[in-house]
Design a protein around this ligand. Structure first.
Ligand SMILES: [Zn+2]
Length: 433
Protein backbone atom coordinates (compact mmCIF):
# COMPACT_ATOMS: atom_id res chain seq x y z
CA UNK A 1 0.00 0.00 0.00
CA UNK A 2 2.76 2.41 0.97
CA UNK A 3 4.44 2.20 -2.37
CA UNK A 4 1.19 3.11 -4.12
CA UNK A 5 1.75 6.88 -4.21
CA UNK A 6 5.28 6.26 -5.51
CA UNK A 7 3.83 4.05 -8.23
CA UNK A 8 1.60 6.93 -9.31
CA UNK A 9 4.60 9.03 -10.24
CA UNK A 10 5.11 6.86 -13.30
CA UNK A 11 1.68 7.56 -14.77
CA UNK A 12 0.72 10.57 -16.89
CA UNK A 13 -0.95 13.39 -14.92
CA UNK A 14 -4.39 12.94 -16.53
CA UNK A 15 -4.50 9.26 -15.54
CA UNK A 16 -3.56 10.22 -12.02
CA UNK A 17 -6.31 12.82 -11.78
CA UNK A 18 -8.90 10.28 -12.98
CA UNK A 19 -7.55 7.71 -10.57
CA UNK A 20 -7.69 10.20 -7.71
CA UNK A 21 -11.30 11.10 -8.52
CA UNK A 22 -12.28 7.42 -8.71
CA UNK A 23 -10.51 6.72 -5.43
CA UNK A 24 -12.30 9.60 -3.76
CA UNK A 25 -15.66 8.39 -5.05
CA UNK A 26 -14.89 4.86 -3.84
CA UNK A 27 -13.79 6.14 -0.45
CA UNK A 28 -16.90 8.28 -0.19
CA UNK A 29 -19.14 5.32 -0.92
CA UNK A 30 -17.36 2.94 1.42
CA UNK A 31 -16.59 5.29 4.26
CA UNK A 32 -19.62 7.62 4.27
CA UNK A 33 -21.40 6.88 7.52
CA UNK A 34 -25.14 6.27 7.42
CA UNK A 35 -25.49 8.89 10.10
CA UNK A 36 -22.39 10.24 11.74
CA UNK A 37 -22.72 9.87 15.51
CA UNK A 38 -21.92 13.07 17.36
CA UNK A 39 -18.67 12.81 19.26
CA UNK A 40 -19.48 12.37 22.94
CA UNK A 41 -18.35 15.39 24.97
CA UNK A 42 -15.95 13.23 26.95
CA UNK A 43 -14.24 11.81 23.88
CA UNK A 44 -10.74 10.88 24.93
CA UNK A 45 -7.57 10.19 23.07
CA UNK A 46 -8.51 6.52 22.86
CA UNK A 47 -11.52 7.02 20.61
CA UNK A 48 -10.47 7.47 17.04
CA UNK A 49 -12.90 8.87 14.51
CA UNK A 50 -11.92 6.88 11.48
CA UNK A 51 -13.83 8.97 8.97
CA UNK A 52 -11.31 11.03 7.01
CA UNK A 53 -11.89 14.71 7.67
CA UNK A 54 -12.35 15.51 3.99
CA UNK A 55 -15.64 13.68 4.18
CA UNK A 56 -16.73 15.07 7.52
CA UNK A 57 -16.48 18.59 6.17
CA UNK A 58 -18.97 17.77 3.44
CA UNK A 59 -21.54 16.42 5.85
CA UNK A 60 -24.07 19.16 6.54
CA UNK A 61 -26.74 18.72 9.17
CA UNK A 62 -30.18 20.15 8.37
CA UNK A 63 -30.54 23.47 10.11
CA UNK A 64 -33.19 23.48 12.82
CA UNK A 65 -34.76 26.79 13.93
CA UNK A 66 -33.07 27.88 17.14
CA UNK A 67 -35.18 28.28 20.28
CA UNK A 68 -35.55 31.89 21.37
CA UNK A 69 -33.38 32.59 24.39
CA UNK A 70 -33.40 35.83 26.36
CA UNK A 71 -29.72 36.22 27.08
CA UNK A 72 -28.58 37.22 30.54
CA UNK A 73 -26.77 40.54 30.64
CA UNK A 74 -23.26 39.91 31.88
CA UNK A 75 -20.74 42.66 32.52
CA UNK A 76 -17.10 41.77 31.92
CA UNK A 77 -14.04 43.33 33.53
CA UNK A 78 -10.46 42.59 32.62
CA UNK A 79 -8.01 42.23 35.49
CA UNK A 80 -5.18 44.79 35.42
CA UNK A 81 -1.96 44.69 37.38
CA UNK A 82 -2.61 45.78 40.98
CA UNK A 83 -6.30 44.80 40.87
CA UNK A 84 -8.00 42.92 43.70
CA UNK A 85 -11.53 41.60 44.11
CA UNK A 86 -12.40 44.91 45.81
CA UNK A 87 -11.25 47.12 42.94
CA UNK A 88 -12.89 44.85 40.37
CA UNK A 89 -16.20 44.75 42.26
CA UNK A 90 -16.04 48.50 42.69
CA UNK A 91 -15.59 48.99 38.97
CA UNK A 92 -18.97 47.35 38.25
CA UNK A 93 -20.68 49.27 41.08
CA UNK A 94 -20.79 46.49 43.70
CA UNK A 95 -20.37 47.15 47.40
CA UNK A 96 -17.74 46.10 49.93
CA UNK A 97 -20.38 43.83 51.39
CA UNK A 98 -20.63 41.90 48.09
CA UNK A 99 -16.84 41.50 48.09
CA UNK A 100 -16.95 40.21 51.66
CA UNK A 101 -19.69 37.65 50.97
CA UNK A 102 -18.02 36.32 47.80
CA UNK A 103 -14.65 36.18 49.58
CA UNK A 104 -16.21 34.16 52.39
CA UNK A 105 -17.69 31.69 49.89
CA UNK A 106 -14.43 31.24 47.97
CA UNK A 107 -12.06 31.39 50.94
CA UNK A 108 -11.58 27.63 51.29
CA UNK A 109 -11.27 26.68 47.64
CA UNK A 110 -9.48 29.88 46.57
CA UNK A 111 -11.71 29.65 43.51
CA UNK A 112 -11.18 33.29 42.53
CA UNK A 113 -7.49 33.55 43.33
CA UNK A 114 -4.89 34.16 42.25
CA UNK A 115 -6.12 36.58 39.60
CA UNK A 116 -3.66 37.52 36.89
CA UNK A 117 -3.60 40.58 34.65
CA UNK A 118 -5.55 39.63 31.53
CA UNK A 119 -8.01 37.35 33.36
CA UNK A 120 -11.66 38.29 32.89
CA UNK A 121 -14.34 38.36 35.55
CA UNK A 122 -17.94 38.28 34.34
CA UNK A 123 -20.66 39.69 36.58
CA UNK A 124 -24.38 39.06 36.41
CA UNK A 125 -26.13 41.80 38.35
CA UNK A 126 -29.86 41.63 38.93
CA UNK A 127 -31.77 44.48 40.58
CA UNK A 128 -28.47 46.07 41.58
CA UNK A 129 -27.46 42.92 43.46
CA UNK A 130 -24.79 40.48 42.46
CA UNK A 131 -26.32 37.24 41.24
CA UNK A 132 -23.32 35.48 39.70
CA UNK A 133 -19.63 36.09 39.15
CA UNK A 134 -17.74 33.93 36.71
CA UNK A 135 -14.00 33.42 36.11
CA UNK A 136 -13.01 31.64 32.93
CA UNK A 137 -9.47 30.43 33.68
CA UNK A 138 -9.07 28.47 30.48
CA UNK A 139 -11.60 27.34 27.88
CA UNK A 140 -11.65 24.07 29.83
CA UNK A 141 -11.93 25.45 33.35
CA UNK A 142 -14.34 28.01 34.77
CA UNK A 143 -15.63 28.91 38.19
CA UNK A 144 -19.09 30.33 38.90
CA UNK A 145 -19.98 31.87 42.25
CA UNK A 146 -23.74 32.14 42.52
CA UNK A 147 -26.03 33.67 45.13
CA UNK A 148 -28.11 30.95 46.75
CA UNK A 149 -30.20 32.86 49.25
CA UNK A 150 -29.86 36.26 50.87
CA UNK A 151 -26.17 36.61 51.53
CA UNK A 152 -24.91 33.08 50.86
CA UNK A 153 -23.03 32.13 47.71
CA UNK A 154 -22.20 28.71 46.30
CA UNK A 155 -19.11 27.94 44.25
CA UNK A 156 -19.22 25.69 41.23
CA UNK A 157 -16.19 24.68 39.20
CA UNK A 158 -16.91 23.49 35.69
CA UNK A 159 -14.29 21.50 33.82
CA UNK A 160 -14.80 20.55 30.22
CA UNK A 161 -13.12 18.02 28.01
CA UNK A 162 -12.28 18.92 24.42
CA UNK A 163 -13.38 16.86 21.45
CA UNK A 164 -10.40 15.12 19.91
CA UNK A 165 -10.20 14.96 16.13
CA UNK A 166 -7.40 13.43 14.06
CA UNK A 167 -5.65 15.76 11.62
CA UNK A 168 -3.64 14.58 8.65
CA UNK A 169 -0.72 16.53 7.20
CA UNK A 170 1.77 15.52 4.54
CA UNK A 171 4.47 17.14 2.48
CA UNK A 172 7.50 16.79 0.28
CA UNK A 173 10.88 18.13 1.30
CA UNK A 174 12.12 20.83 -1.06
CA UNK A 175 14.52 22.65 1.25
CA UNK A 176 14.28 21.31 4.82
CA UNK A 177 11.87 19.56 7.14
CA UNK A 178 11.56 22.80 9.09
CA UNK A 179 10.61 24.98 6.10
CA UNK A 180 8.49 22.45 4.21
CA UNK A 181 6.84 21.23 7.41
CA UNK A 182 5.72 24.75 8.25
CA UNK A 183 4.52 25.27 4.68
CA UNK A 184 2.43 22.11 5.05
CA UNK A 185 0.80 23.66 8.13
CA UNK A 186 2.71 22.07 10.99
CA UNK A 187 3.53 24.06 14.10
CA UNK A 188 7.16 24.30 15.22
CA UNK A 189 6.27 22.14 18.22
CA UNK A 190 4.87 19.38 15.99
CA UNK A 191 7.96 19.55 13.79
CA UNK A 192 10.19 19.12 16.83
CA UNK A 193 8.13 16.11 17.91
CA UNK A 194 8.29 14.63 14.41
CA UNK A 195 12.07 15.12 14.28
CA UNK A 196 12.41 13.54 17.73
CA UNK A 197 10.45 10.43 16.71
CA UNK A 198 12.65 9.76 13.66
CA UNK A 199 15.82 11.38 15.05
CA UNK A 200 17.29 8.00 15.99
CA UNK A 201 17.25 6.76 12.40
CA UNK A 202 17.54 9.97 10.40
CA UNK A 203 20.02 12.80 10.92
CA UNK A 204 17.83 15.75 9.91
CA UNK A 205 20.90 17.92 9.27
CA UNK A 206 22.80 15.50 7.03
CA UNK A 207 20.54 12.72 5.70
CA UNK A 208 17.66 14.75 4.24
CA UNK A 209 17.34 14.82 0.45
CA UNK A 210 14.99 16.65 -1.92
CA UNK A 211 11.75 14.67 -2.50
CA UNK A 212 11.91 13.00 0.90
CA UNK A 213 8.32 12.77 2.15
CA UNK A 214 6.55 12.98 5.45
CA UNK A 215 3.00 12.27 6.55
CA UNK A 216 1.47 12.26 9.98
CA UNK A 217 -1.75 12.07 11.92
CA UNK A 218 -2.00 14.03 15.12
CA UNK A 219 -4.74 15.01 17.51
CA UNK A 220 -6.46 18.36 17.49
CA UNK A 221 -8.54 19.54 20.42
CA UNK A 222 -11.82 21.29 19.74
CA UNK A 223 -14.22 23.01 22.08
CA UNK A 224 -17.58 24.07 20.67
CA UNK A 225 -16.15 23.53 17.18
CA UNK A 226 -13.28 25.93 17.83
CA UNK A 227 -9.70 24.65 17.70
CA UNK A 228 -8.11 25.13 21.14
CA UNK A 229 -4.92 23.11 20.90
CA UNK A 230 -2.89 20.21 19.57
CA UNK A 231 -2.43 16.76 21.04
CA UNK A 232 -0.04 13.90 20.39
CA UNK A 233 1.21 12.57 17.09
CA UNK A 234 -0.64 9.24 16.64
CA UNK A 235 1.29 7.95 13.64
CA UNK A 236 3.96 9.28 11.36
CA UNK A 237 5.72 8.22 8.21
CA UNK A 238 8.99 9.49 6.82
CA UNK A 239 10.42 8.44 3.49
CA UNK A 240 14.13 9.22 3.52
CA UNK A 241 16.04 8.49 0.28
CA UNK A 242 13.42 5.90 -0.62
CA UNK A 243 13.51 4.15 2.75
CA UNK A 244 10.18 4.13 4.59
CA UNK A 245 10.00 4.64 8.35
CA UNK A 246 6.66 4.21 10.11
CA UNK A 247 6.10 5.11 13.75
CA UNK A 248 2.99 4.56 15.85
CA UNK A 249 2.29 5.86 19.32
CA UNK A 250 1.69 3.20 21.97
CA UNK A 251 -0.28 3.81 25.16
CA UNK A 252 3.04 4.07 27.07
CA UNK A 253 3.70 7.33 25.17
CA UNK A 254 6.58 5.87 23.15
CA UNK A 255 6.72 5.25 19.41
CA UNK A 256 7.14 1.86 17.77
CA UNK A 257 7.37 0.47 14.27
CA UNK A 258 4.30 -1.53 13.13
CA UNK A 259 6.28 -4.65 14.14
CA UNK A 260 6.59 -3.40 17.72
CA UNK A 261 10.25 -2.29 17.64
CA UNK A 262 11.03 0.87 19.54
CA UNK A 263 11.83 3.92 17.41
CA UNK A 264 14.39 5.00 19.95
CA UNK A 265 17.73 3.37 20.61
CA UNK A 266 18.91 2.19 24.01
CA UNK A 267 21.62 4.92 23.97
CA UNK A 268 21.79 8.57 22.98
CA UNK A 269 24.45 9.14 20.34
CA UNK A 270 25.72 12.10 22.33
CA UNK A 271 25.21 12.88 26.03
CA UNK A 272 25.45 16.68 25.53
CA UNK A 273 23.12 18.90 23.51
CA UNK A 274 25.31 21.84 22.56
CA UNK A 275 28.88 20.89 21.85
CA UNK A 276 31.77 20.68 19.48
CA UNK A 277 33.74 17.44 19.32
CA UNK A 278 37.21 18.46 20.47
CA UNK A 279 38.88 15.06 20.44
CA UNK A 280 37.84 11.83 18.75
CA UNK A 281 38.41 8.22 19.69
CA UNK A 282 42.07 7.55 18.86
CA UNK A 283 44.08 4.58 20.18
CA UNK A 284 47.45 6.30 19.34
CA UNK A 285 46.93 9.84 20.59
CA UNK A 286 49.54 11.91 22.42
CA UNK A 287 47.93 13.11 25.64
CA UNK A 288 47.62 16.96 25.59
CA UNK A 289 48.59 17.31 29.26
CA UNK A 290 50.93 14.37 29.86
CA UNK A 291 52.60 14.68 26.38
CA UNK A 292 53.05 10.92 26.17
CA UNK A 293 51.34 8.47 23.83
CA UNK A 294 48.17 7.61 25.63
CA UNK A 295 45.27 6.17 23.66
CA UNK A 296 42.15 8.31 23.69
CA UNK A 297 39.43 5.76 24.30
CA UNK A 298 36.50 8.11 24.32
CA UNK A 299 35.09 11.23 22.74
CA UNK A 300 35.59 14.74 24.11
CA UNK A 301 32.68 17.12 23.85
CA UNK A 302 33.78 20.71 24.44
CA UNK A 303 31.05 22.89 25.86
CA UNK A 304 30.73 25.68 28.41
CA UNK A 305 31.23 24.82 32.08
CA UNK A 306 27.84 24.00 33.57
CA UNK A 307 26.34 22.53 30.37
CA UNK A 308 24.12 19.59 31.43
CA UNK A 309 25.37 16.06 30.80
CA UNK A 310 22.69 13.44 30.17
CA UNK A 311 22.73 9.71 30.93
CA UNK A 312 22.94 8.17 27.46
CA UNK A 313 20.82 5.19 28.50
CA UNK A 314 18.76 3.73 31.35
CA UNK A 315 20.91 2.14 34.01
CA UNK A 316 22.39 2.13 37.50
CA UNK A 317 25.16 4.42 38.75
CA UNK A 318 28.10 2.21 39.83
CA UNK A 319 30.61 5.02 40.44
CA UNK A 320 30.24 8.63 41.48
CA UNK A 321 33.41 10.32 42.66
CA UNK A 322 36.88 11.52 41.75
CA UNK A 323 38.85 9.05 39.65
CA UNK A 324 42.47 10.18 39.09
CA UNK A 325 42.97 12.16 35.88
CA UNK A 326 39.27 11.72 35.03
CA UNK A 327 38.32 14.14 37.81
CA UNK A 328 34.70 14.04 38.92
CA UNK A 329 33.34 10.94 37.19
CA UNK A 330 30.13 8.96 36.88
CA UNK A 331 29.97 5.40 35.56
CA UNK A 332 26.64 3.85 34.61
CA UNK A 333 26.02 0.12 34.23
CA UNK A 334 23.31 -0.49 31.63
CA UNK A 335 21.26 -3.59 30.94
CA UNK A 336 23.33 -6.39 29.50
CA UNK A 337 26.90 -5.75 28.47
CA UNK A 338 27.14 -1.95 28.34
CA UNK A 339 28.76 0.65 30.59
CA UNK A 340 29.23 4.39 29.98
CA UNK A 341 31.64 6.81 31.69
CA UNK A 342 31.38 10.60 32.05
CA UNK A 343 34.47 12.50 33.22
CA UNK A 344 35.81 16.00 34.12
CA UNK A 345 32.47 17.15 35.57
CA UNK A 346 32.27 20.47 37.42
CA UNK A 347 29.53 19.07 39.64
CA UNK A 348 27.08 16.18 39.89
CA UNK A 349 23.31 16.32 39.90
CA UNK A 350 22.83 16.07 43.69
CA UNK A 351 20.00 13.55 43.23
CA UNK A 352 22.23 11.11 41.35
CA UNK A 353 24.27 9.01 43.78
CA UNK A 354 26.11 5.70 43.66
CA UNK A 355 23.40 3.05 43.29
CA UNK A 356 20.83 5.47 41.79
CA UNK A 357 18.74 4.27 38.87
CA UNK A 358 18.85 6.76 36.04
CA UNK A 359 16.73 7.16 32.93
CA UNK A 360 17.98 7.92 29.43
CA UNK A 361 18.27 11.70 29.00
CA UNK A 362 18.27 12.39 32.75
CA UNK A 363 20.81 15.06 33.73
CA UNK A 364 23.51 13.39 35.83
CA UNK A 365 26.02 16.24 36.09
CA UNK A 366 27.54 19.31 34.47
CA UNK A 367 30.51 19.93 32.20
CA UNK A 368 33.71 21.12 33.81
CA UNK A 369 37.46 20.62 33.73
CA UNK A 370 38.17 18.62 36.88
CA UNK A 371 41.08 16.15 36.74
CA UNK A 372 43.60 16.34 33.89
CA UNK A 373 41.81 18.60 31.40
CA UNK A 374 42.98 21.50 29.26
CA UNK A 375 39.55 23.13 29.23
CA UNK A 376 35.91 22.44 30.03
CA UNK A 377 34.72 19.32 28.24
CA UNK A 378 33.01 15.99 28.76
CA UNK A 379 35.15 12.91 28.23
CA UNK A 380 32.70 10.14 27.34
CA UNK A 381 33.46 6.42 27.08
CA UNK A 382 31.32 3.58 25.86
CA UNK A 383 32.25 0.01 26.76
CA UNK A 384 30.84 -3.30 25.59
CA UNK A 385 31.76 -6.23 27.86
CA UNK A 386 34.37 -3.94 29.42
CA UNK A 387 36.01 -3.21 26.05
CA UNK A 388 36.21 0.41 24.87
CA UNK A 389 34.23 1.24 21.73
CA UNK A 390 34.13 4.40 19.67
CA UNK A 391 30.91 6.08 20.87
CA UNK A 392 30.53 7.85 17.50
CA UNK A 393 30.68 4.61 15.50
CA UNK A 394 29.40 1.82 17.75
CA UNK A 395 26.19 0.21 16.52
CA UNK A 396 23.70 1.17 19.20
CA UNK A 397 21.22 -1.47 20.31
CA UNK A 398 17.51 -0.75 19.97
CA UNK A 399 15.49 0.05 23.05
CA UNK A 400 13.31 -2.81 24.33
CA UNK A 401 10.65 -3.88 21.82
CA UNK A 402 7.06 -4.41 22.97
CA UNK A 403 6.53 -7.75 24.68
CA UNK A 404 3.90 -10.30 23.68
CA UNK A 405 1.22 -8.88 25.95
CA UNK A 406 1.85 -5.29 24.85
CA UNK A 407 1.81 -6.42 21.22
CA UNK A 408 -1.73 -7.73 21.68
CA UNK A 409 -2.86 -4.23 22.62
CA UNK A 410 -0.61 -2.49 20.08
CA UNK A 411 -1.23 -4.56 16.93
CA UNK A 412 -4.89 -3.66 16.26
CA UNK A 413 -4.18 0.02 17.02
CA UNK A 414 -1.18 0.00 14.68
CA UNK A 415 -3.17 -1.69 11.91
CA UNK A 416 -6.05 0.79 12.17
CA UNK A 417 -3.84 3.86 12.26
CA UNK A 418 -1.64 2.76 9.35
CA UNK A 419 -4.78 2.06 7.30
CA UNK A 420 -6.07 5.50 8.20
CA UNK A 421 -2.77 7.10 7.19
CA UNK A 422 -2.94 5.33 3.87
CA UNK A 423 -6.60 6.26 3.35
CA UNK A 424 -5.70 9.91 3.84
CA UNK A 425 -2.77 9.64 1.46
CA UNK A 426 -5.00 8.17 -1.21
CA UNK A 427 -7.49 10.96 -0.62
CA UNK A 428 -4.87 13.57 -1.54
CA UNK A 429 -1.92 11.86 -3.19
CA UNK A 430 1.38 13.69 -3.34
CA UNK A 431 1.61 12.66 -6.99
CA UNK A 432 -0.90 15.38 -7.89
CA UNK A 433 1.27 18.14 -6.42
ZN1 LIG B 1 38.91 12.61 26.56
Amino acid sequence: MITFPKLLQHFPKLYIRILVLLTLVMLTITLWPASKPKNPPDATTKTLDLTPKLLIENTQATLQPLPIIHPEKWTSVTVKSGDSLSTLFQRVGLSAQDVYQVSQATKKTKALSPLFPGDTLDFLIKNERLDKVRLIKTPLLQTIVQRKDGTNYTVETITRKPDIEPRFVQGIIKSSLFVDGQNAGLSQKKLMQLATIFGWDIDFALDIRGNDQFALIYEEKYLDDALIGEGDILAAQFINRGKIFNAIRHSDGNYYSPQGYSMRKAFLRSPVDFFRISSKYNPNRKHPVLKTVRPHRGVDYAAATGTPIKASGDGKVTWRGTKGGYGRTIIIQHAGIYTTLYAHMSKYNSKVKKGSRVKQGQVIGYIGSSGLATGPHLHYEFRTNGVHKNPLKVKLPNAEPLNKEQMEEFKPVAKTIIELLEAYQLGSPLASI
